[in-house]
Write a protein that binds this ligand. Structure first.
Ligand code: DHB
Ligand code: FE
Length: 268
């Protein structure tokens, strides 16, 4: 039996596709090229990846989907794209622990409180965090088995959390394949605005997948996957060298920063 929802989706897609073909007056050669491009995008490489999600990301379709599905969650923290670099089973760190595990970058103290939309603390929320290092790579991109710049911790009884991470830096999405060629041919940069990923889960709450961005980053207005939301742009405040850290840690004269990110979860 026909699926009514699928019929609705396909009828709308067809209508928009026809309008698009008429609007740009697509030539036969351009249509051929598009088919070739899509074929290559779906081709599985030696590293067993293909680029359909990446294409959806750079077209802004992934972020549109996230946005549409967040309209119902009013005052909860905004979500953004998941990206391909989350890994299940990251190291557990205690409150105040360091998720960098030796990855290169400037230490950053991250703290906040997890609450529900009425402002009540959410204790025991699982907070997963991951980020690229200062060379622009996630641990999984090195092709060895290192685990770095990722970890998880649990909010305390007052909903509070705190940990050491790295000040995020810009990095490019993979651009050595067909999607990278498309970006180059249309004069677009593959760089993502600097960000730190979060995934927060708690009993009875909607899972939040988001990142925080760095206020002042020049890439905020040209993020290659359109993931930036103003409410997610945070002040990463540089601290005086040699200044006392919140946990009295000795940073050996290195520069460091701190940022606050309060997280509001919607009910499930
Ligand atoms: C991220 C990386 C990507 O390659 C992408 O397409 C979307 C997001 C990221 O790590 O945030
Ligand atoms: Fe990322």
């Amino acid at each position: 039996t026909p699926d009514p929802r699928l019929r609705e989706i396909m009828q709308s897609l067809t209508r928009h596709l026809h309008a698009f073909v008429r609007e740009v007056r697509l030539t036969d050669a351009e249509w051929q090229e598009a088919i070739g491009f899509l074929t290559e995008t779906g081709h599985i490489t030696d590293e067993r990846r293909q680029e359909f999600i990446l294409l959806s990301d750079v077209l802004g379709a992934s972020m549109q989907t996230v946005t549409v599905n967040n309209e119902a969650y009013g005052s909860a923290t905004e979500a953004t794209v998941f990206g391909p670099f989350f890994v299940d089973g990251s190291p557990l760190v205690p409150q105040g622990g360091d998720i960098s595990f030796g990855a290169a970058g400037q230490p950053c103290w991250v703290e906040g409180v997890v609450t529900d939309t009425s402002g009540n603390p959410v204790p025991d929320a699982r907070i997963e965090v991951w980020e690229a290092d200062d060379d622009g790579f996630y641990d999984v991109q090195y092709g060895d088995d290192r685990v770095a710049a990722r970890g998880h911790l649990f909010s305390g009884s007052d909903g509070g959390y705190r940990f050491w991470a790295l000040v995020p830096r810009p990095y490019p999405i993979p651009h050595d394949g067909p999607v990278g060629r498309l970006l180059a041919a249309t004069g677009r940069s593959p760089l993502r605005a600097s960000h730190l990923h979060f995934m927060v889960t708690a009993a009875g709450m909607r899972t939040l997948v988001t990142h925080i961005f760095v206020r002042g980053d020049e890439l905020l207005s040209s993020d290659s996957v359109f993931g930036v939301r103003e409410s997610l742009v945070k002040d990463f405040v540089p601290q005086p060298v040699g200044g006392v850290t919140p946990d009295g840690r000795d940073l050996g004269g290195r520069e460091w920063s701190r940022v606050r990110f309060d997280i509001v979860l919607a009910p499930a």
